[in-house]
Design a protein around this ligand. Structure first.
Ligand code: ATP
Length: 370
C-alpha cells in the first residue's frame, strides 16, 4: 500500500501546525529524539510495550514524553494510525521501529514519518546497498561468491542477522565449512583490516546554504540540499573487541571460542582531519546517487550513517549504510566535536526536530516526510 505524496499532503492539510507532536517508539535513540524535540519546543509522545519500559523514562525528566501510548504489541501501531493523525503526530523512525514493525508494515504505516520510507527498499538488501553505494563512488569490501575461493580472512554475514549476531570470520575453506549454517542465506565478504568509523550525516533537502550536494545524471547542474556531518562513533562489539586478551586466534580455537559481533554500546570518536574531504565526497556521492536509484526517487532525507573501515593506506571501505538515525549518535546528546562548530548542543535528534520546525514555518513539511 505505501504512502503516496498526495496522501501525505492530504493528511498534512488537516494537521494543526501549532499542535504537531513528535512520536517515537521508546527504544534505540528515543532519549535523544525526545530530548531534542523538547529543546525545539515540540510536544512529545512515547510509544511502548510494557510498563517497565515506560517507567524507566521517569529517570530522564528532560526526555520523559508528555504523553504515552501503551500497546500490547508494536504492530498495534498500524491500528492506531487514525488516532496518531488526529493528534497531529509525526513519527521519527529508528532501527528498532523498523525491526519491531517489520519493513512492510513500516512502509504501510498510515502516519507521516520523518525521512523517505522509499529508501528502505534499497537499504534492506545487501545487494541493493552495494549498487547504491558503488554508484555513489564508495569502495566496498570485495564479495567472494564461491567459498572455495577464500584465500585470506573473510567475514560471513547472514541475511536477516541483527547487529552482527552470528557472523563469523574464516581464514580458508575449511574454516568456512566448519562454521557455516548452510540453511541460512549468507554473504562472504573480504575481512577489511583497519579501524572502524561510523559517520553520521544529515542531509537537508530544504537548505540552500552550506555544503551543497551536487546532483548527477538527470539532476546534473542542480544543488540538491545541504550535507552536514553530525558526529562519529565506533561500536563496542561483544565479544570480538575483547578477544585479544585471551591470546591468538589459534589459542582461542583450541578453547572452542569464535569471535562474535554483537553491538553492546557506542563510543565517540573523531577521524584524522585530512580524511574528512573523502568522507564528504563519499557521503555526497551517496546522497546524489539516492536520487538516481529509480524513476521518481525522492532520495535521501535527514539522517544517515556510512559504516566504514579505514585501512593503513588511509583508504575507506564502506561496508554498510543506515538510512535513518543510528544509535551511534547517542553519545552526542549534548553535541559533538563536529556539530558544535556550527551550533552547540545540536544532537541528531534535535537536528531532526529543527528540520521539522523549519519546514512547518516554511510550509514544506511534505518535502521531509513520507
Ligand atoms: P547493523 O545492521 O546493526 O548495522 P549488521 O548485522 O548489518 O549490523 P554489519 O554492520 O554489516 O552487521 O557488520 C557487523 C560488524 O562486523 C561491523 O560493525 C564490523 O565490526 C564487522 N564487519 C562487517 N563487515 C566487515 C568487513 N568487511 N571487514 C571487517 N569487519 C567487518
Amino acid at each position: 500500500m505505501g504512502v503516496s505524496t498526495e496522501l501525505l499532503r492530504k493528511w498534512l492539510d488537516s494537521y494543526d501546525p501549532a499542535e504537531i507532536t513528535i512520536g517515537v517508539v521508546a527504544s534505540h535513540s528515543s532519549l535523544q529524539i525526545l530530548h531534542g524535540a523538547r529543546q525545539e519546543g515540540f510536544k512529545t509522545l512515547g510509544i511502548a510495550v510494557g510498563e517497565n519500559r515506560r517507567r524507566f523514562y521517569s529517570a530522564f525528566p528532560g526526555a520523559d514524553p508528555d504523553e504515552w501510548l501503551m500497546l500490547d504489541n508494536y504492530r498495534e501501531m498500524l491500528d492506531y494510525a487514525e488516532w496518531f493523525r488526529e493528534k497531529n503526530i509525526i513519527i521519527i523512525p529508528h532501527g528498532s521501529l523498523v525491526e519491531y514493525l517489520g519493513s512492510t508494515n513500516f512502509k504501510n504505516l498510515q502516519v507521516p514519518t520523518f525521512g523517505n520510507r522509499g529508501i528502505l527498499h534499497w537499504e534492506s538488501s545487501r545487494e541493493r546497498q552495494r549498487q547504491w553505494l558503488e554508484k555513489g563512488g564508495c569502495s566496498m569490501p570485495k564479495v567472494i561468491d564461491d567459498p572455495h575461493d577464500i584465500d585470506g580472512p573473510v567475514i560471513v554475514k547472514y541475511a536477516g542477522a541483527k547487529g552482527g549476531e552470528g557472523y563469523f570470520i574464516a581464514r580458508d575453506y575449511r574454516d568456512f565449512k566448519r562454521n557455516v549454517k548452510l540453511d541460512e542465506e549468507f554473504t562472504i565478504q573480504e575481512y577489511v583490516l583497519g579501524c572502524r568509523y561510523y559517520l553520521h550525516f544529515f542531509f537537508d533537502p530544504t537548505a540552500e546554504d552550506g555544503f551543497q550536494v551536487q546532483g548527477r545524471g538527470a539532476n546534473a547542474g542542480k544543488s540538491l540540499g545541504r550535507l552536514e556531518l553530525m558526529s562519529m562513533d565506533r561500536r563496542d562489539e561483544s565479544n570480538v573487541d575483547e578477544f585479544y586478551k585471551l591470546g591468538s586466534l589459534r589459542d582461542l580455537r583450541e578453547m572452542n571460542l569464535e569471535p562474535s559481533f554483537v553491538v553492546t554500546g557506542n563510543q565517540p570518536v573523531v577521524i584524522r582531519e585530512s580524511l574528512l574531504p573523502r568522507a564528504f565526497e563519499m557521503a555526497e556521492g551517496t546522497v546524489a546517487a539516492s536520487f538516481e536509484l529509480e524513476e521518481g526517487s525522492r532520495g535521501m532525507i535527514g539522517s544517515f550513517c556510512l559504516e566504514t573501515i579505514v585501512t593503513d593506506k588511509l583508504e575507506f571501505r564502506v561496508f554498510e549504510i543506515s538510512a535513518r538515525i543510528v544509535a551511534g549518535s547517542n553519545p552526542f546528546v549534548g553535541g559533538s566535536p563536529y556539530s558544535d562548530i556550527n551550533e552547540p548542543f545540536m544532537s541528531t535528534g534535535r537536528r531532526i526536530a529543527r528540520s521539522i520546525k523549519k519546514a512547518i514555518r516554511d510550509g514544506c513539511l511534505d518535502k521531509i516526510l513520507s
